[in-house]
Design a protein around this ligand. Structure first.
Ligand code: GTP
Ligand code: MG
Length: 170
């Protein structure tokens, strides 16, 4: 049995659901009222996976533009970055390029990156297909997944995959 500890930062435009995904993971709850994250929040969560104990230090960063200059300092210390966008919001998908650029500037090719399309519970307003996500992920050497924090779709799977990626790389 081995023990591992990793820092992971959540990035992405405002209101895409970063805090909601983490709240679903930690407390199995969902709040439809939006409360913007200020700066960043820090939480830890432990996982047991294949006889390994894995402790993740999660940095839930603020997507609002006014906090943007703080992001490199969170990215710098992280082994993995989860870039979240909203599948009903084209602009949040386009922003992935900027977030990847920030990560590459700080970490080169070292960091594991997951692209996560959130809000799959709202298919009528979907603007980004899974094929488009897959294409962007392949172009940028990233992993990818779609989730819904609201109806608890793929949230646990995201963290399982993330832990597996972290243990096999670091
Ligand atoms: P910042 O802290 O400003 O960066 O935003 P955030 O990315 O943390 O977004 P947050 O989790 O606060 O969610 C923003 C809004 O989207 C809230 O009203 C949530 O209830 C809603 N939301 C989050 N996840 C989902 C989801 O999976 N489906 C739906 N329908 N709404 C969601
Ligand atoms: Mg937030």
């Amino acid at each position: 049995m081995s023990r591992y500890k990793y820092k992971v930062c959540f990035l992405g435009d405002t209101a895409v659901g970063k805090t909601s995904i983490i709240t679903r993971l930690m407390y199995n709850k969902f709040d439809s009222n939006y409360q913007a994250t200020v700066g960043a929040d820090f939480l830890t969560k432990s996982f047991k996976l294949n006889q390994n104990y894995i402790k993740l230090q999660l940095w839930d960063t603020a997507g609002q533009e006014k906090f943007r200059s703080l992001m490199p300092s969170y990215i710098r210390n992280s082994s993995a970055a989860i870039i979240v966008y909203d599948i009903t919001n084209r602009e949040s998908f386009n922003s992935i390029d900027y977030w990847i650029e920030d990560i590459r500037n700080e970490r080169g090719d070292e960091a594991i990156i997951y692209l996560v399309g959130n809000k799959t519970d709202d298919p009528n307003n979907r603007l980004i297909s899974i094929e488009e996500l897959e294409k962007k992920a392949k172009q940028n050497n990233c992993n990818f997944l779609e989730t819904s924090a609201k109806v608890d779709h793929n949230v646990n799977l995201l963290f399982e995959k993330l832990c597996t990626s972290l243990v096999s790389k670091f």
